[in-house]
Design a protein around this ligand. Structure first.
Ligand code: NAD
Ligand code: MG
Length: 402
């Protein structure tokens, strides 16, 4: 403590990590731990993983920890007290919102999976924080509202999804006001193609959750792993790119690139295509978001191009993987369509992971739900949440009836 080179703790940025025990949350804490002079952890949150959250609290000593259920919070409180740690433990959505908007917090990592992340992420935006957005579902659901809130409340929104982070790095620093204004003609969104690239619909019908969760290049949570396997992840990312970069769906081209070395690209009117490359390790975009506009060490191995040797590109197969097309259609339909697409997909993925729906049933259920329900304009959060609930009910009824 008496070390003269040690900056005073007051100068360190306070970070809340929503979804700290997940794949992105864990990688975020890994990067933070490499820079104790720059960051301190204000709050860590998890859904039910109380043991993992306890272990993180022991290392990072947050002021607040949040779990979903009061019973889990009570357990964690006892454990922390026994360990002599002063972390306050809270439970429920309101607590998530509070740690996202707390006055002392400067940076919020939004890494809860799915629609559950919408309210706390939006709270961080409305509080004008630097928001590191991994939780793409939140933006897909509430696109216009979300981006309006970013502008209105002066939040700094930095994409953590590797593709969007790559595009962000390939665009001019100040890129508001539409792509054309900056000479950008197209965004090239790369996709690994997932573990079933090249498979026929017949083979896909028999895919198991274990196969779907074994991604060739990235190690991720189960929901996004299934989304990557169906290409719904790329569909959600297409919607995400439209909102983040003010692009029309036809300006975003999906390029299957099995090596996952180019994380995405921006094409310019003079013929230039700018790409961002790196090893597939989420600590790169996380470190970028934490330190922007500076650069910090992320623990990521340097890219060895001789080891990579070659980069391949192909068009996505939208017949075997209809989810990409469904997402593009939802974006074009606008209003509550992307929220309903996302909700139906969450229901379908959960059913698939529980062994109640075939892999190919995911796209079918999403398509039927989107066809069945009317699209409304998504002017307020209540309408978005109602559309989400309606699509979930419809999809679950349909599942039950099958
Ligand atoms: P994960 O399943 O590994 O972790 C999810 C985290 O959210 C956990 O801490 C979990 O406890 C918490 N959580 C889950 N349900 C919750 C709920 N209902 N309420 C509150 N908290 C809840 O997921 P992940 O792979 O880390 O992905 C997180 C988000 O980041 C997703 O939106 C995903 O699409 C996005 N993302 C992930 C990656 C990746 O490499 N993993 C890459 C790009 C984007
Ligand atoms: Mg991605």
């Amino acid at each position: 403590m008496s070390d003269a080179h040690q900056p005073s703790p007051a100068r360190r940025q306070a970070v809340t990590v929503l979804g700290a025990t997940g794949s992105i949350g864990t990688s975020t804490l890994d990067v933070i731990a490499r820079h104790p002079e720059r960051y301190r952890v204000h709050a860590l949150t998890a859904h039910r993983s109380r043991e993992a959250l306890l272990a993180q609290c022991r290392v990072h000593r947050p002021a607040v920890a949040v779990l979903a259920a009061e019973a889990d919070a009570a357990w964690l409180r006892t454990q922390l007290a026994e360990a002599g740690l002063a972390t306050e433990v809270r439970a429920g959505t309101e607590a998530l919102v509070e740690v996202a908007e707390a006055g002392e917090v400067e940076v919020v990592m939004a890494s809860i999976v799915g629609a559950a992340g919408l309210l706390p992420t939006l709270a961080a935006v409305r509080a004008g924080k630097r928001v590191l957005l991994a939780n793409k579902e939140a933006l897909v659901m509430s696109g216009a509202l979300f981006m309006d809130a970013v502008a209105r409340h002066g939040a700094t929104l930095l994409p953590i999804d590797s593709e969007h982070n790559a595009i962000y790095q390939c665009l001019p620093v100040e890129h508001r006001g539409g792509l054309a204004r900056h000479g950008v003609t197209q965004l090239l969104l790369t996709a690994s193609g997932g573990p079933f690239r090249g498979w026929s619909p017949e083979r896909l019908a028999a895919v198991t959750p274990e196969q779907a969760c074994a991604h060739p290049n990235w190690s991720m949570g189960r929901k996004i792993s299934v989304d990557s396997a169906t290409l719904m992840n790329k569909g959600l990312e297409l919607v995400e790119a439209c909102w983040l970069f003010d692009a029309r769906p036809e300006q975003v081209q999906v390029v299957v690139h099995p090596q996952s070395v180019i994380h995405s690209m921006a094409a310019y009117s003079d013929g230039s295509v700018i790409a961002q490359l790196g090893n597939p390790d989420m600590r790169t975009p996380i470190a970028y978001g934490l330190a922007w506009p500076e650069r910090i060490e992320a623990g990521v191995e340097a890219l060895d191009l001789f080891q990579v040797a070659r980069l391949d590109f192909e068009a996505p197969d939208e017949t075997a993987f209809p989810c990409l097309r469904l997402a593009r259609e939802a974006m074009a339909a606008g209003g509550t369509a992307p929220a309903m697409l996302n909700a139906a997909n969450e229901v379908a993925v959960e059913a698939f992971l529980a062994g109640r729906l075939a892999f190919t049933g995911i796209g079918e259920l999403v398509a039927r739900t989107c066809e069945a329900l009317a699209v409304e304009s998504a002017d307020d959060l209540g309408t978005v949440l109602e559309a989400d609930a309606r699509a979930r009910r419809w999809a679950m009824r349909r599942l039950g009836g099958e």
